[in-house]
Write a protein that binds this ligand. Structure first.
Ligand SMILES: Cc1cc2nc3c(=O)[nH]c(=O)nc-3n(C[C@H](O)[C@H](O)[C@H](O)COP(=O)(O)OP(=O)(O)OC[C@H]3O[C@@H](n4cnc5c(N)ncnc54)[C@H](O)[C@@H]3O)c2cc1C
Length: 382
């Protein structure tokens, strides 16, 4: 049985981010590391966005960096446009991200990448034992586990963000390349919270996504019908080319409790509960938590390897999830109200869990919207 210092079960965003920071660390870069993923780094391209003052250290620099300084919320009744202050909204292609980290790994003979599935992961005394579909068994001091199936079991009963998006090129200029549309709310009678998201790369090229918060599954075909209807209206019946498609299901819960509880098997990424339960954003948190994990590994503090979320932010997420479950139609006005009454920068820092309690109290006390109080009174953890 081959032995390693660290094994990563799953080499998606979190697994590869963690390896990146390990290889940046003077103390850890020579450790023996094994990555196992059935996709072998050949993962379908996804669009990842995050906000910060400048591009994160891990942001691949070889590709063009798309960034925006404004965001808007739209409905039939009103449009709200806000400047992001010192923040910017950044975009990256997951394939550029994976390629840049896979290139880095090539320079480290101490890192091995196996294309296979992990079938079993358990710990005994001070070691971790891992089995695979076809490459046999491995042993390590620690394992980081990002395997997750967002459909089935736990996720069948919980809210998910289900979306389909197309990057389109239109014949005429349609978009403001300085401004992303976080949420454009369609006028219809659905009892689910749903919106369109627009990421304009140029005046005639944008990613347009349709997102629904739903417990029940929603077919890609149904999402694409809504998307096409919206685009037909937006382009005023012009032709457009679809140059990229993406689809996704992101779990929205504060209770993602991986079944494995050994202190030597550390859940990471969405599997570690790092996805923001109320919004689905995960990329930036993965980076912050992986940096923290590497610092903890360097200092050898076994108790702090697992990263727990602040209970205060879990509470805020549950308030929003509670509204999404019980009064989904009210969520639209709540998002408007949140961004209307405070600076966009403050709200985004709050959603990134970077604000302090006094700042949060000031921001939330400005909300004119009584659904927030209603959700507080009927508080439940989701
Ligand atoms: C289409 C899409 C767009 C998104 N856009 C954004 C965004 O703009 N901003 C943002 O913050 N977040 C976004 N997210 C959410 C989140 O950032 C991503 O889902 C991110 O990939 C999560 O990282 P992860 O490592 O937890 O999971 P993944 O990247 O999915 O990695 C998990 C890995 O585990 C592997 N695996 C599964 N089973 C096994 C097994 N048995 N053995 C070994 N390996 C296994 C999988 O092959 C996969 O590579 C998006 C998600 C999707 C799906």
């Amino acid at each position: 049985m081959e032995s390693y210092d660290y094994i990563l079960a799953g080499a998606g965003c979190a697994g590869l981010s963690l390896v990146y920071y390990m290889l940046e660390s003077k103390q850890l870069k020579n450790c023996k590391i094994l990555l196992i993923d059935p996709m072998g780094g050949n993962i379908p391209n996804k669009t990842w966005c995050y906000w910060s003052e400048k591009p994160l250290q891990i942001h691949p620099l070889k590709s063009e960096i798309f960034k925006w300084s404004n965001l808007s919320f739209r409905s039939d009744e009103k449009t709200l446009k806000k400047h992001l202050g010192d923040l910017q909204y950044f975009h990256l292609n997951s394939s550029d991200f994976f390629n840049s980290i896979l290139d880095k790994i090539q320079h480290f003979p101490n890192v091995t990448f196996i294309k296979d599935s992990v079938t079993d992961l358990k710990s005994f005394e001070d070691k971790v034992y891992l089995n695979t579909s076809s490459s046999g068994e491995f042993i390590a001091d620690f394992a980081f586990d990002s395997r997750l199936n967002p459909t089935g079991g736990f996720f069948d009963k919980h809210l998910k963000q289900i979306f389909s998006g197309w990057t389109i090129e239109s014949e005429t200029d349609l978009f403001d390349p300085e401004t992303i549309t976080m949420m454009d709310f369609p006028k219809n009678e659905s009892n689910k919270f749903h919106f369109f998201y627009l990421l304009p790369f140029t005046k005639n090229k944008a990613l347009v996504e349709f997102t629904v918060y739903s417990v029940e599954p929603i077919s890609e075909e149904n999402l694409e019908v809504e998307l096409r209807n919206y685009l037909t209206k937006l382009t005023r019946n012009q032709n457009f080319n679809i140059v990229f498609r993406e689809t996704g299901i992101i779990p929205m819960s504060t209770q993602i409790n991986p079944t494995i509880t050994s202190e030597r098997i550390i859940p990471i990424g969405t599997n570690g509960g790092w996805t923001k339960a109320s919004t689905g954003y995960t990329f930036h948190t993965i980076q912050k938590n992986c940096i923290q994990l590497v610092e903890n590994l360097e200092s050898g503090n076994l108790k702090e390897y697992r990263i727990f979320k602040s209970s205060r932010f879990n509470f805020y997420d549950n308030i929003l999830l509670n509204i999404a479950y019980k009064w989904p139609k009210s969520l639209q006005r709540l998002f408007f109200n949140l961004f209307e009454t405070s600076k966009a920068e403050t709200v985004l820092r709050f959603l990134n869990e970077e604000t302090g309690f006094a700042e949060e109290l000031k921001m939330l006390s400005k909300l004119r919207f009584k659904i927030f109080i209603k959700s507080l009174l009927k508080y439940e953890s989701h």
